[in-house]
Design a protein around this ligand. Sequence first.
Ligand code: SF4
Length: 231
Amino acid sequence: MHAALEDHDKGTPVKQWKDYFFPVVRQALAREPDHKSWLSGGAPDSPDQGDAWMTIGPQCIDNWKRFTSGVFQVDAVELDVTQRLPGSHLKIKGFVDRLGTHKEHGRMIVDIKSGKNKPKDKGLQVKVYSALYMMTSGEVINKGAYFMAREGVLSKVYEFDPLETLLDMGKKFKAVAAEIGAGDFPAKVEYSCRFCDQAPNCFAFSGDTPRTRYYDPDNPHHVPKEEKIPF
Ligand code: SF4
């Protein structure tokens, strides 16, 4: 989907949906022919979304075309904003999906989401992009939103205080750098755990099980790896 929208915004003719979708599916099939083993993104009763995407894909493209033909003018595509933030020595890699001008909200950052659920990060991702962009260009852009491609609408438009954003985000990454330096990686159960293929081995997520006893040193009943695999 991102490749198709990028072609559209760069003025390259948009191909048929299957010409974006099938090569990716073929590549994945070459690595794992049994598609039932792939990481799945659908609901538990219908995990395989492959066929559904034959409809969702073209819909997303149409929705984006509509959005960018009257409401939102694209000024930059996949903008590299890799930069350091105040107070942090870490260089943060960042590519802004779109920077543009919204009819109502003015200059803003837009991140395109193909998923069904709105991100639960309260705008953190676009806030980080905003800080990185300000550091890279010197221009203040203090608005951002997620474009929910399936529905063709923006999520809530987040507005940030520019100075506070720079300092807050710098502080956040400084704290991350300190955690990395200390080798301190506490497991936190959150939304993304549902996509984690280590979930059955993770004590935080699965609790005390034979697998987590074997694999996860955080399990108080952790057994040394040399012992016979207990499952
Ligand atoms: S399931 Fe465990 S290892 Fe996987 S993301 Fe969640 S906390 Fe981390």
